[in-house]
Design a protein. Structure first.
Length: 140
């Protein structure tokens, strides 16, 4: 893949706090929006995930706030998957203003939950490869 996956978002006034900054919880919403967007771009729907008996779970999320965002700011939210050998994977995301300024860096650890067993599947890459029309978006 030559170009990094990203989605555009415009900060809305109702998402800001009393100081006029983007509320801290909304950064997670933006990250989650980008994650579902990359799934969709790769051809994976929620229905397909559920139909295969799995669902994505967030196990850990770390946000590093770098610069403030205010209402009207246009940003790009990136989404890069990194695969290990176990049951989990990492998602590295950056929220960047159009002038290139990094507003936040988000690192998440995720997995795929077996919806019947209520346990993480041993190899989440297998599901992403099988379900995706374009597994290259996940680095697979």
């Amino acid at each position: 893949m030559t170009e990094q996956f990203s989605v555009p978002v415009t900060v809305r006034g109702y998402e800001t706090d009393v100081q006029g900054h983007l509320n801290q919880s909304v950064y997670i919403n933006y990250a989650e929006h980008a994650r579902w967007s990359i799934l969709k771009a790769a051809g994976i729907t929620q229905a397909a995930l559920i139909g295969s008996g799995v669902g994505p779970v967030a196990l850990e999320t770390t946000i590093r706030y770098r610069r403030e965002l205010v209402a009207g700011d246009d940003v790009q939210v990136t989404c890069d998957f990194t695969w290990g050998e176990g049951k989990t994977f990492r998602i590295e995301q950056t929220i960047r203003k159009t002038d290139g300024t990094v507003a936040a860096e988000i690192t998440a650890v995720g997995g795929l939950l077996d919806l019947k067993e209520r346990r993480l599947v041993p190899d989440p890459r297998k599901y992403f490869k099988e379900l995706a029309a374009d597994p290259g978006l996940f680095g697979l």
